[in-house]
Design a protein around this ligand. Structure first.
Ligand code: KG4
Ligand code: ZN
Length: 332
């Protein structure tokens, strides 16, 4: 079954063509980073306008690059939520219209389930059940995943998302937006043991997170070291990253052990973080747990993961109808 996937929930206009929820024939991601960069974050109104400009060329490019004919596309999967309402509406309305015109089924997909399904686009996907850490700019959660379409939430952040913390710390340090990649690169040049920031485990046996305290701690450090912090940016970045990674690595491994899972998946934009990938792999190996992390381009928002999740929903007999609408908040 050949699916066209479409994703416009935040600041990436993306389209992909995927076979059987596993083989990516094409994946096109048009980033709006340059549009939002001067504002230090995503401006919803600008995001919608950019999606509107980009959606047709991005879908055309994905179809062309896939090598399949439009007539060969069996169905469309599109992000329904959570995300920015105006941004979601562009992709969602386009998908409805396109499916109607092509006279093929279509399915609205939860963005978070898309991220979870991104590991199935890689050669060595985990068997069910597995424990998943989803860490992105909007969410940080741990799930017990029992099928492509079933995931039980074990814990989540009570305040900021992990990616949001990276973005805010980068802003405080004057490094620009989005902060994840920038902090990661700075951290590689720094010493994680030089400036120690607090680790927020909350209840050590639980799976909830809190990242607002560490963001405040970095802010306070910068305020109280105005004269020298510029020269310490690599050490601040490394110290911050280490504190965040340590807690996430501990909790996901603990979740796998608690739920008797021998497999872990790390997904979402923050899964691109090298230190996180390395730390989880290292700690998991010692416990005999396998770790599955998508390649870098499938960690951040993309439409291939939406097509992957959508394929399994369609296979289970689900389909969306023309009354379906987008939603802004996570429902699971
Ligand atoms: O999944 P994603 O592309 O979009 C959302 O659904 O939010 O995640 C974006 C987030 C941003 O906060 C970005 O700073 C973060 O992922 N990110 C990283 C890295 N690359 C992207 N965080 C830490 N280290 C990275 N290398
Ligand atoms: Zn995402």
């Amino acid at each position: 079954m050949i699916l066209l996937g479409i994703e416009t929930s935040c600041d990436e206009t993306a389209a992909a063509v995927v076979v059987d929820g596993a083989t990516v024939l094409s994946s096109v991601v048009a980033s709006q980073i340059e549009v939002h960069h001067p504002y230090g974050g995503v401006v919803p109104e600008l995001a919608s306008r950019k999606h509107l400009e980009a959606i047709v060329p991005v879908v055309d490019e994905a179809v062309r690059k896939s090598g399949v004919d439009l007539k060969q596309i069996d169905a469309i999967a599109v992000t329904q939520g959570p995300g920015l309402i105006g941004a979601l509406l562009i992709g969602f309305s386009f998908a409805k219209g396109y499916a109607f015109t092509l006279n093929i089924p279509w399915i609205g997909v939860n963005h978070l389930e898309g991220h979870i399904n991104s590991v199935f686009l890689e050669p060595d996907p985990p068997p069910f059940p597995f424990a998943a850490l989803l860490a992105s700019g909007g969410h940080t959660s741990i799930y017990h995943v029992t099928s492509h379409t079933q995931a039980q939430l074990l814990g989540q952040t009570r305040d900021d998302a992990a990616g949001e913390a990276f973005d805010k710390v980068a802003k405080v340090l004057g490094l620009g937006y989005p902060g994840g990649g920038i902090i990661g690169r700075q951290a590689e040049k720094g010493d994680p043991g030089k400036i120690i920031f607090p680790r927020s485990y909350l209840d050590k046996s639980g799976f909830d997170f809190s990242f607002s305290g560490i963001k405040t701690a970095v802010n306070r450090y910068v305020q109280t070291h105005q004269d020298e912090y510029q020269e310490q940016i690599p050490d601040i970045a490394a110290g911050f990253q280490e504190a965040v990674v340590e807690v996430m690595a501990y909790k996901i491994i603990h979740a796998a052990i608690e739920t008797d899972c021998n497999h872990i998946a790390i997904v979402g934009g923050v899964a691109a973080n090298r230190r996180l990938r390395e730390s989880v792999r290292q700690n998991a190996r010692a416990k005999g747990i396998s770790v599955h992390i998508p390649s870098f381009d499938l960690c951040g928002d993309n439409a291939a993961m939406i097509a992957a999740a959508g394929y399994h929903y369609l296979k289970e007999g689900n389909e969306s109808d023309m009354d379906a609408d987008v939603y802004s908040r996570a429902y699971k």
